[in-house]
Structure formats: structure tokens, C-alpha cells
Design a protein. Structure first.
Length: 180
């Protein structure tokens, strides 16, 4: 397996470089875990979580091939009336190609003060280029940035990216020190 992390992460992983990094980084709905494993190769503590045990098995294989250690966590992030994310635990959270709107407030609370979120997913323009097509899984214009408008925005983009062509919104942001 080749390690193919998202370009947004490759470009911005340095936001996690800090002597004060005390907690883990959560690769949320990680799929094959390429993004979390990429951070683990940088010496960062990573937890890869997903609902698919098959995906988590591939995470373990890729981590072994890459000679890094990552923790895996089998969890249903969409279980109704359950918040699976512990509050104030993570120094960082990665979310790529995943959208479950009820999880957004939980993601915000799961990050420690000063914690970093890197989020990229598809917008309502995506059906022009392929899947997903269900509006339930597509961001409305400005929606992602609006959720984190009171956070320190390190980078934000909304539009069309190439390789492959896709309509996405991206944000790299830090939770304010003053927020609980």
C-alpha cells in the first residue's frame, strides 16, 4: 500500500508541530487511515476511528507496513443520542470526505483549547463531478466556515480542486483558548 494522505494535510500538517502537544490526534471516520498514518510518521500520537472493522484492519496493515503505531477505535459516530467523542481530549481532529452534521458540536467539544481541526468534504456542487450526490452529505455554500467562524482560521477554501476534479470546502482552524 502506498501512503497517500490528503493534499490539505500534507500542506498544513505543521500546525501540529508543538512541544506542548500532549494529546492524541483523532482521524475521524478514517477509512484506510492514510491521513492519520501520515501524521504518525511525523511522530505524532494518532487514533484512527471508523465504523468499518474492515477499514480498521487495513489501517493496522498499513501502519505495520509503514512501521508506525496508531491506535484504532471501532465506533459508530452516528449512533443517535450518543456522543462517542470524549470532551477536551484531542489536540487535533482530521475529517476528510465525511459529513454528519449532528457531530459538528461534538467535534468542537472534543478538541482541547488551542486544538486544531483539519476538515475537507464535498459541497453541493459535487454531483457535477461524481459521487456523493445525496444533499445530506454535501455542504451548502459557506456552511463549513460558518461552523467555525469564531475560531482562528489558518486556511480556508471552497470551490473546485483538481486531481481528481471535485467540489470541496476545506478549513484548517484552531479552537480558541477562551472557549470551553
Amino acid at each position: 500500500m502506498d501512503l497517500m494522505p490528503a493534499q490539505l494535510l500534507v500542506d498544513h500538517w505543521g500546525v501540529f508541530e508543538s512541544e506542548s502537544l500532549r494529546g492524541p490526534i483523532l482521524d475521524l471516520a478514517c477509512g484506510d487511515g492514510h491521513n492519520g498514518i501520515f501524521l504518525a510518521t511525523k511522530g505524532l500520537p494518532v487514533i484512527c476511528c471508523d465504523i468499518s472493522e474492515q477499514a480498521l484492519s487495513r489501517v493496522k496493515e498499513l501502519a505495520a507496513e509503514t512501521r508506525v503505531v496508531v491506535e484504532t477505535w471501532h465506533v459508530d459516530l452516528e449512533a443517535e443520542e450518543v456522543n462517542p467523542l470524549p470532551e477536551n481530549l484531542y489536540e487535533g481532529i482530521l475529517v476528510f470526505r465525511y459529513l454528519h452534521r449532528p457531530l459538528i458540536p461534538r467535534i468542537k467539544k472534543a478538541l482541547k483549547k488551542g486544538g486544531v481541526l483539519i476538515y475537507e468534504t464535498f459541497t453541493i456542487e459535487q454531483p457535477k463531478f461524481g459521487k456523493p450526490q445525496n444533499p445530506k452529505f454535501l455542504l451548502k455554500p459557506g456552511e463549513l466556515l460558518e461552523w467555525f467562524e469564531n475560531w482562528e482560521i489558518v486556511y480556508a477554501f471552497e470551490g473546485v480542486k483538481e486531481g481528481p476534479k471535485r467540489a470541496v470546502a476545506q478549513v484548517v482552524c484552531k479552537k480558541p483558548e477562551a472557549q470551553g
